[in-house]
Write a protein that binds this ligand. Structure first.
Ligand SMILES: [Zn+2]
Length: 69
């Protein structure tokens, strides 16, 4: 893990990633998709997983990360 708390670089083109805000994703019950993606970690929260959406304005790469407080 690299320590880049303030600014994150795009993994593809190394441009600065822009935050698209924190969104809540439901993980419980309905589908096993999230468990495939996140494993047991998806079950720690009570059916809600908060993820920050980051997008690259340059190449369009999108990634999700756990929001820091
Ligand atoms: Zn990019």
């Amino acid at each position: 893990m690299t320590d880049a708390a303030t600014s994150l670089s795009c993994l593809r083109c190394e441009s600065e990633m822009q935050s698209g805000g924190v969104h809540e994703f439901r993980t419980g019950g309905t589908t096993g998709g999230w468990k495939l993606l996140f494993g047991e970690w998806a079950e720690l929260g009570e059916d809600l997983l908060k993820l920050e959406v980051l997008g690259c304005q340059s190449c369009g790469y999108v990634e999700l990360r756990v929001p820091r407080k």
